[in-house]
Design a protein around this ligand. Structure first.
Ligand SMILES: [Zn+2]
Length: 214
C-alpha cells in the first residue's frame, strides 16, 4: 500500500448524487491509481470496484464524497467490507513511512510493522493488510493462497532482478528495476523496501523511491 495522488476535482457525476461508480468516477480513479487496487497494489483489468474508505453502511453521508472513494479489487473489498472504517487514508498519508511492508518467504507470510507505537488507524491498516496477504483465519483458503502465490511470484521476480543487477550492473537490469519501482508497478511498497535495506541498492536507486525518514 502506497500513497495515492488523487485529482482534487471531483468527477462531474458525483455532485449530482446519481451514482458513486459512474464511468467518470471509475475513469478518474483508474488514472489516479495507475489501474491498481489501493490496498493490495495489484493491477486491475476488469476486476475493479469503487470502494468507500469509510463504508456506505456506517457513513451514508460520505457515499458521494470524492475524497472517500478509491479503486479496489473484489478480493480486498470483501476483506474490508464495513469492518475497517478507521484505516489510514492513502491520499493524505505517506503509508510507507508508517508501515514497513516486507515478505517473509521462509514463513510464507507478509509482514507489516510500525516502528513506534502505532496509532489506531495504523494498527487497523496493518490488521487489514495482514488479512489480505496472510488470510483471515491464519490458514489460507484457496483464494487467499492464490493471492499470496501471485504476490510471492512477482516479488520473487523482482528479487532475481536485483541479484542480476548486483552481479552485473547491466543497463538492462537497471532500467527494469527503475520501472518496477514506479508507483504504476505492482506491489511497489514491498519492492521499495528491498531497496531501502541494501546499502548498494539504496545508494544507486534512492532517486527512484521515496526514502523513509528513519
Ligand atoms: Zn486488492
Amino acid at each position: 500500500m502506497i500513497r495515492v495522488y488523487k485529482n482534487p476535482v471531483a468527477p462531474p457525476s458525483l455532485p449530482k448524487k446519481l451514482s458513486w461508480n459512474h464511468d467518470d468516477v471509475v475513469a478518474q480513479l483508474r488514472e489516479d491509481q495507475h489501474c491498481k487496487c489501493y490496498l493490495c497494489e495489484r493491477k486491475l483489468i476488469t476486476d475493479f470496484q469503487v470502494d468507500h474508505l469509510q463504508s456506505r453502511h456506517n457513513f451514508p453521508r460520505l457515499i458521494y464524497e470524492w475524497s472517500n472513494l478509491f479503486l479496489c479489487c473484489f478480493y480486498c473489498n470483501c476483506k474490508k467490507s464495513d469492518h475497517f472504517d478507521n484505516i489510514l487514508n492513502p491520499a493524505l498519508t505517506d503509508i510507507e513511512d508508517l508501515i514497513t511492508q516486507k515478505m517473509d518467504f521462509p514463513n510464507a507470510k507478509a509482514v507489516f510493522t510500525n516502528p513506534g507505537t502505532p496509532s489506531s488507524q495504523t494498527a487497523e491498516t496493518i490488521k487489514l493488510l495482514s488479512r489480505i496477504f496472510n488470510g483471515t483465519t491464519g490458514i489460507r483458503n484457496i483464494r487467499e493462497q492464490a493471492f499470496y502465490d501471485y504476490a510471492k511470484s512477482k516479488i520473487s521476480d523482482f528479487q532475481a532482478l536485483l541479484l542480476d543487477w548486483l552481479e552485473t550492473e547491466s543497463p538492462e537490469a537497471e532500467q527494469a528495476i527503475m520501472e518496477e519501482l514506479s508507483s504504476a508497478a505492482e506491489f511497489t511498497a514491498f519492492k521499495r523496501h528491498l531497496i531501502r535495506i541494501n546499502p548498494r541498492l539504496r545508494s544507486r536507486f534512492a532517486p527512484y523511491i521515496r526514502l523513509q525518514n528513519t
